[in-house]
Design a protein. Structure first.
Ligand SMILES: [Zn+2]
Length: 96
């Protein structure tokens, strides 16, 4: 089909902002193929708007990772107690 060949011919055209925005998250998470990643990188270098967006997203991701709550101490203690009971052959205590 004509449209198909047109599409195929355009496959390696530079990505526009919309196309980059759609794939940005996958790109930053590393869930994208090398070829597409290279094209996104190219666009981010040229386009200030998308470059800023990528930067913002990375900052949010870093902030979320830094604030990931630690496992509460009491949960660890309860888990250890549960493990000890099992090791002794006791019936595991149910919460009800
Ligand atoms: Zn852009």
């Amino acid at each position: 089909m004509r449209w198909d060949s047109l599409f195929r011919r355009r496959r390696d055209a530079p990505l526009d902002c919309h196309a980059v925005a759609e794939r940005l998250q996958e790109y930053l998470d590393g869930h994208i193929d090398e070829h597409t990643a290279a094209r996104i990188e190219e666009h981010l270098e040229d386009c200030r708007m998308c470059g800023l967006e990528a930067e913002t997203y990375e900052r949010i991701k870093a902030a979320l990772a830094a604030r990931r709550p630690e496992v509460p101490v009491e949960s660890v203690a309860r888990l250890r107690e549960f493990g000890e009971r099992l090791a002794r052959g006791d019936e595991p205590r149910t919460s009800t």
